[in-house]
Design a protein around this ligand. Structure first.
Ligand SMILES: Nc1ncnc2c1ncn2[C@@H]1O[C@H](COP(=O)(O)OP(=O)(O)O)[C@@H](O)[C@H]1O
Ligand SMILES: [Mg+2]
Length: 225
């Protein structure tokens, strides 16, 4: 067994809408080892985003435990947690959340501004080249196609060389060609940098890149045989 970077144990999460309680995650457990690609397939509303937000410490579970780098998250101070969130985890969201008033390269450099690293420009240029975006680096998000925006978002997630990439339906609004291109890139990145990737999707084609493939149903995961 490889080195464990993230463990979720019996996570439960529900939302209350006034009187009714909606149970979204129920005994959700997942182990993520260094360098592995894990895909989570689930229908819309099955709790994929809720799960990834909790795995990325952007949201709190009602119960259960999250262990990051061998340490229980709920025992960490907020500043320790923020450092892990910014340094060890890269997020790729379905709608990419690029900042419209910044160019592609500026968006990619953004995480390093937060961490105060100065020597990041060359690394950003390398990533831009790897993503096939060299001639688009000074374009604003509105001047990029959906596929290009998604690749900018991946480059941004990679900037701090995180141990773990959390990608929430990254191909969700891409056509098949761009979806395949993004998936190929993520596989390549995983081979080159050995980053672990947890990716959600509702597309079986996309799910196939997982070394381990799970279904999210009734709030918990079952591994595909
Ligand atoms: N903040 C919230 N308050 C209430 N209900 C929510 C909230 N966020 C998500 N939900 C509900 O939880 C369920 C799971 O949502 P989500 O995790 O976004 O699913 P998915 O990403 O698989 O589409 C959905 O029924 C959704 O409506
Ligand atoms: Mg979602």
């Amino acid at each position: 067994m490889g080195e464990m970077i993230l463990q979720a144990k019996n996570i439960c999460k529900s939302y209350s809408n006034g009187k009714t309680q909606l149970s979204v995650l129920q005994d959700f457990s997942l182990d993520v080892e260094v360098g592995e690609i894990i895909t989570i397939m689930g229908q819309s509303g099955s709790g994929k985003s809720t799960a990834l937000n909790i795995l990325g410490t952007l949201d709190h579970p009602d119960s259960g435990e999250l262990i990051l780098g061998g340490k229980r998250v709920h025992t960490m101070e907020e500043n320790e947690l923020a450092a892990i969130r910014n340094g060890d985890i890269g997020f790729v969201f379905q709608f990419h959340h690029l900042l419209p008033e910044f160019t592609a390269i500026e968006n990619i450099l953004m995480p390093t501004w937060i961490n105060g690293k100065e020597d990041s420009k060359n690394h950003a240029l390398d990533l831009i080249e790897k993503m096939g975006l060299s001639d688009r680096k000074d374009h604003f998000p509105s001047q990029l196609s959906g596929g290009e925006r998604s690749r900018v978002a991946v480059a941004r997630a990679l900037m701090n060389q995180p141990k773990l990439i959390l990608a929430d339906e990254p191909t969700g609004n891409l056509d098949e060609k761009n979806a395949n291109k993004l998936i190929d890139l993520l596989s390549e990145i995983n081979k080159d940098f050995h980053q672990a990737i947890v990716l959600t999707t509702h597309n079986p084609q996309v799910a196939r890149i997982g070394h381990k493939q799970f279904n999210l149903e009734n709030g918990s995961l079952t591994e595909k045989a």
